[in-house]
Design a binder for this molecule. Structure first.
Ligand code: UDP
Length: 322
């Protein structure tokens, strides 16, 4: 199924999105509404914000419920899909809120699965490349089981998502819900919080304001960055498919963090310096998705190259559309 077919699947469907006011969640809600779905967004507005869904506030097919998913979710009427994205997702956020991160991955996922089970809805778990930890295999394909430090500062996110995957697989195994798992690799684009600590919004903001670009370590660690519209297409394709996953969703265009800083500086026409700062504990050395499975079973591949995606992200920061 290609991604346009996937969008058509949602016409007239009722879709619950947890984390609807977050970076990825809000773009997902927008695309679902465009595809003709009725969307019920759930968010506790801890790392997301109302501004992210302001473009949907007068749309009849969208409602936002302010609710913390660590308490059970009660909704009347039928539901066709539950897309579960709610969680702090940047290393800065989950370091600031370690227990909330563990609870949203564990209890929040249980509650979202219970909702899907009660409504006989198809469930999609937004898992993460962080389940691979600091990977010893490169690129990372789905059968790789990862290298996570279970007691390190990132473990609150990594292990919660690994537990969420186990929970999701168990609901399927016990025939309690039709489930799907996607592992989302680094995604960027409009609506990332400039202060969320991640490399793309940090470097863009620093380059625009003439402050030094804070490159962690020697900047030789790599990431592979996927533009938001591509990630959303991948999520929709998976939700619309009959596949259980896990399936990697990411852009295999790998770049070092120092190269990323230099590209962003060039794009902004900035003369900011580069300042080398300490590497966070357990920061993965290399990360790149193997997306052969997504290509084969979903017909999905990213379309937006890094420089184009960065230019679109910068345009939003400079006052363009959100
Ligand atoms: N990073 C950096 N400077 C920053 C923010 C992040 O050098 O101001 C590095 C970070 O240490 C990591 C990479 O950029 O090696 C990607 O970090 P990000 O937080 O964007 O994503 P994640 O670590 O979750 O992949």
């Amino acid at each position: 199924m290609n991604t346009d077919d996937a969008s058509r699947t949602f016409a007239g469907r009722k879709v619950v999105v947890t984390g609807a006011a977050g970076f990825i969640g809000s773009h997902l809600c927008e695309r679902l509404v465009q595809a003709g779905a009725h969307v019920v967004g759930i968010d506790n507005l801890s790392s997301g914000c109302l501004d992210n869904v302001s473009c949907l506030k007068d749309v009849a097919a969208f409602e936002l419920i302010e609710h913390d998913i660590t308490t059970p979710i009660e909704l009347s009427g039928s539901v066709d899909h539950v897309l579960h994205l709610a969680s702090p997702a940047s290393p800065l956020d989950y370091a600031l809120h370690p227990l909330a991160t563990l609870k949203s991955g564990a209890i929040g996922t249980l509650n979202a699965l219970e909702l899907a089970s009660a409504k006989r809805a198809r469930f999609l778990l937004a898992s993460t490349s962080e389940v691979y930890g600091d990977p010893l295999e490169h690129p990372q394909a789905e059968p790789y089981r990862g290298n996570v430090n279970p007691v390190g500062p990132r473990s609150v996110y990594d292990e919660a998502k690994r537990y969420a995957e186990a929970l999701t697989a168990s609901f399927r195994r016990e025939c309690l819900a039709d489930t799907a798992i996607v592992r989302i690799f680094n995604t960027y684009g409009p609506r990332m919080r400039p202060d969320d600590g991640r490399a793309v919004p940090a470097f863009l903001q620093q380059a625009r304001t003439g402050r030094p670009l804070t490159v962690a370590g020697d900047g030789s660690q790599t990431r592979s960055l996927c533009y938001i519209s591509d990630t959303v297409s991948g999520l929709l394709a998976m939700a619309a498919s009959g596949h259980q996953g896990p399936v990697n969703i990411g852009n295999p265009e790998e770049i070092t963090i120092l190269q990323l800083a230099e590209e962003i500086r060039r794009l902004c026409g900035s003369s900011s310096a580069v300042e080398f700062v300490p590497l966070p504990v357990d920061d993965p050395r290399r990360r790149c998705p193997d997306i052969a499975l997504a290509r084969a079973v979903l017909g999905w591949a990213p379309r937006v190259g890094l420089l184009d995606g960065l230019a679109l992200t910068l345009a939003e920061m400079d006052g363009g559309a959100r």
